[in-house]
Design a protein around this ligand. Structure first.
Ligand SMILES: [Zn+2]
Length: 248
């Protein structure tokens, strides 16, 4: 069969296939198009659309000897809440599970208010299990992890620097207008709620006690947040990529 990879999928191909206009692939046994595409190097999570002779097909379709298969990349903004031929069961909400190889991205997503699962020390099978069970978009730099068939929604993070990775995700999933800054705990992903100063005064350092009056507390780990230089720095980053109402 003849396979044609489009757009940014070309750079994910195994080195021997890069730079080719199209790939002649010899089918030695019955294989799904998902397996064929991945054998050439591209995780299925990066594919937005598959067609044979212009007709849209699913991942499970078997490759045919005389087929001409076109493999399209994801086209931003990717709407994970609407069914598609490749992903007929959409997600109910945009939430993430972040691999340790892009850990700093998790903090930035939480900063912007996105529900983000992240654990420092976690094995691949455990991370996969959480992403599948909680229906989260798996973000990783590990191609093999993203090739696992249990993964439905995921993304191979291409950028190297965390802030650029964050911009990559915001652009890909069209999240610009969905920021809810300072609504989530950076440590544990818990929800932050306003809390009276009196209730948490024991936890405050003397200077914080003196200069600040407005506080939020994590409903999970009880960590307390207040305005200050750290918060201003965070908002600078978020302002660069998001489009949200100014915070009081
Ligand atoms: Zn917390």
């Amino acid at each position: 069969m003849i396979i044609n990879f489009l757009g940014n999928l070309k750079e994910l191909l195994r080195p021997q296939f890069r730079g080719l206009e199209s790939i002649e692939y010899e089918l030695s046994r019955a294989a799904s198009v998902k397996d064929i595409v991945e054998a050439l190097g591209v995780p299925h999570t990066e594919v937005g659309r598959l067609t044979v002779d212009g007709l849209e097909i699913s991942f499970a379709t078997l490759g045919g000897k005389n087929d001409r298969l076109d493999v399209y990349p994801l086209c931003p903004p990717v709407d994970v809440l609407t069914p598609t031929m490749l992903r007929p069961e959409p997600l109910v909400a945009i939430t993430f599970a972040v691999d340790v190889n892009v850990g700093k991205l998790a903090t930035l997503l939480r900063m912007a208010g996105f529900d983000t699962f992240y654990q420092n020390y976690i094995s691949d099978p455990e991370l996969l299990e959480v992403a599948v069970r909680e229906k989260r978009i798996l973000l990783s730099k590990d191609k093999d992890l993203l090739k696992r068939k249990e993964v439905v929604f995921g993304h191979l993070v291409r950028e190297i620097y965390p802030e650029k990775q964050f911009a990559e995700i915001v652009h890909l999933f069209g999240l610009k207008k969905q920021f809810q800054p300072l609504s989530r705990c950076l440590r544990c992903n818990g929800i932050l709620r306003p809390v009276g100063k009196r209730q948490i005064i024991e936890q405050l350092e003397p200077l914080t006690k003196k200069y600040y009056d407005s506080f939020r507390q994590c409903q999970g780990c009880r960590n307390v947040y207040w305005p200050g230089s750290h918060r201003d720095k965070m908002l600078l980053v978020l302002n660069r990529y998001g489009d949200y109402q100014d915070l009081a």
